[in-house]
Design a protein around this ligand. Structure first.
Ligand SMILES: NC(=O)c1ccc[n+]([C@@H]2O[C@H](COP(=O)([O-])OP(=O)(O)OC[C@H]3O[C@@H](n4cnc5c(N)ncnc54)[C@H](OP(=O)(O)O)[C@@H]3O)[C@@H](O)[C@H]2O)c1
Length: 166
């Protein structure tokens, strides 16, 4: 299968992405950046991420939610998949599938991904959920700059764009 997914994540210096079902920081500029990319796209996420980001917060996107629960409730704009191959088949022809977490979903989607948009957060807060390790086949495409992009941001961030061609 060709690589057609984009992974999007905000990741601490210690690779943390989540704490007790929430983000471990408050960074309004990153939510703006995230929305800029995902509006109108199909979003693939795990059930726990879905529970923090219900459809009302993603009004213009179609959601594919991975769960092993065969009796998940029917919700408008939400499609359920019970395995990664099933999820990927739902968007086989599109380059607009954005994978938005969490850990297991990022790891399983990575072989089908050509680009990762990582907001690196200049902090190492405690957490219980981590971005998976990725290999040397990934190249950093840009020169990321640390910035406080919004005065309300709790930490500086840098936008990393990772790509791979194999
Ligand atoms: N910083 C970021 O960019 C970012 C992004 C996303 C999430 N987060 C954070 O990460 C945490 C949530 O992530 P998480 O890793 O704990 O959970 P998650 O990946 O969002 O959800 C895990 C659940 O997804 C389902 N699932 C995963 N892989 C599956 C597969 N191959 N087949 C079928 N179902 C599958 C299972 O649901 P069932 O239990 O229903 O079977 C599993 O329990 C939260 O703290 C959230 O705030 C951060």
């Amino acid at each position: 299968m060709r690589n057609y997914c984009t992974i999007i994540a905000a990741v601490g210096m210690n690779n943390v992405i989540g704490m007790e079902g929430r983000l471990p920081w408050r960074i309004p500029s990153d939510l703006k950046w995230f929305n800029h990319y995902i509006i109108g796209k199909s979003l693939l996420m795990g059930r726990r991420t879905y529970e923090c980001l219900p459809p009302s917060k993603l009004p213009q996107s179609d959601l594919i939610v991975l769960t092993r629960d065969m009796n998940a409730p029917a919700i408008p704009r939400v499609r359920y998949a019970h395995s990664m191959p099933e999820a990927l088949k739902m968007e086989r022809t599109s380059r607009d599938l954005y994978v938005i977490g969490g850990t297991e979903v990022y790891a399983e989607a990575m072989p089908y991904t050509h680009r990762m948009l990582i907001t690196r957060v200049h902090a190492s807060p405690p957490g219980d959920t981590f971005f998976p390790e990725f290999g040397e086949e990934w190249d950093l495409e840009n020169i990321p700059c640390w910035e406080k992009r919004d005065p309300r941001d709790e930490f500086d961030t840098a936008h990393e764009i990772w790509v791979r061609y194999i």
